[in-house]
Design a protein around this ligand. Structure first.
Ligand code: DX5
Ligand code: ZN
Length: 232
């Protein structure tokens, strides 16, 4: 189980110590939300912030691009020290194919995100090119929103396809993750949890992160085994 605190919920005025706090708390990855004010109605930060974060840690940097034209900053994010770039399936099939190819050609891992209203069929053509599939469990744009339960079957679908197709992409969830929703997502097949507000608002982030990890791992272990297909 990978736990990725989202720096969107950190205090930007002292980002280096916030990064250090997440690292000390036992974060596996750090999640960085890039919002362009166009794909989503909010603006967050860009490559300069990723560079500052990189200067404060060697952790894997998981960069989530909520951007209409993410490619314009790909090289800048590589130079800033990103390890993985995730783009949105809502940009369209042809565009997404090119973006995933470009990310890999730059030597980074490639992720694909899907918003709550978007049908899972749209990600299917891309699955074999993915290092990670990000199932959004809120409408992107802001931290601190409520988890959308209707997204859980998408996690199950992502896990079923991964098994059927013999693929190994990670299944990440993002938005409204806490002890209860994190465990619910892990039970459905998620192996990577993004949590912003829930972790950064905790005075004892280390204890909260450990508890989130423990509850999610237990739920993951309790997943019902998929029944074998009946013999033809
Ligand atoms: C939402 C972002 C999330 C956000 C999650 O647009 O993609 O990564 O930081 O925040 P919480 O965990 O507060 O819902
Ligand atoms: Zn995100």
């Amino acid at each position: 189980m990978i736990i990725a605190p989202s720096l969107l919920a950190a205090d930007f005025g002292r980002i280096r110590s916030e990064v250090a706090r997440a690292v000390r708390a036992g974060a596996d990855w750090l999640h960085l939300d890039i919002m362009d004010g166009n794909f989503v109605p909010n603006i967050s930060f860009g490559p300069a912030m990723v560079k500052t974060v990189r200067s404060a840690t060697r952790l894997f940097l998981d960069v989530h691009l909520m951007c209409q034209k993410p490619e314009v900053l790909f090289e800048a994010f590589v130079r800033a020290g990103a390890n993985q770039l995730t783009v949105h399936v809502e940009l369209g099939e042809a565009q997404v194919s090119q973006l995933l190819w470009k990310i890999h050609s730059l030597g980074l891992q490639a992720g694909l995100a899907i918003n709550p209203p978007t049908a899972m069929e749209t990600v299917r053509p891309h699955l074999k090119h993915l290092d990670l599939l990000l199932v959004m469990t809120v409408n992107p744009g802001y931290g601190g929103q409520e988890f959308i339960e209707e997204c859980v079957p998408k996690i199950q679908q992502a896990a079923a396809w991964r098994e059927e197709l013999g693929l190994d992409y990670r299944i990440e969830v993002d938005g409204g993750i806490n002890y209860q929703t994190g465990a619910e997502c892990a039970r459905a097949g998620a192996d990577t949890l993004v949590a912003g507000t829930f972790l950064f608002q905790k005075r004892q982030m280390k204890a909260a992160l450990a508890r989130l990890r423990r509850l999610a791992a237990q739920a993951q272990a309790a997943r019902p085994a998929r029944s074998a297909a009946p013999a033809a």
